[in-house]
Design a protein around this ligand. Structure first.
Ligand code: F3S
Length: 71
């Protein structure tokens, strides 16, 4: 049995104001939508190698729009 958790990033579209720090810090995890607001790529799953970038992006979003879900 493995106890490794899966991490996902999620952008709250109601909070995001398009500061784009997530896009600069972790382009592997976030992409701009048609309005230039950040959106998680695909299903938002964060591979272990990108975990630190995910936390950096979360910490640097001025709108606190990024959530990291551990499941
Ligand atoms: Fe939006 Fe925050 Fe990224 S405001 S574009 S989620 S840095």
């Amino acid at each position: 049995m493995t106890t490794t958790k899966t991490l996902r990033v999620k952008v709250d579209r109601g909070r995001c104001q398009g500061h784009a720090r997530c896009l600069a810090l972790a382009p592997e995890l976030f992409e701009p939508d048609q309005f230039g607001n950040g959106h998680e790529r695909g299903d938002g799953v964060v591979v272990r190698a990108l975990e630190e970038k995910a936390r950096l992006a979360q910490a640097n979003c001025p709108e606190l729009a990024i959530t990291i879900i551990e499941e």
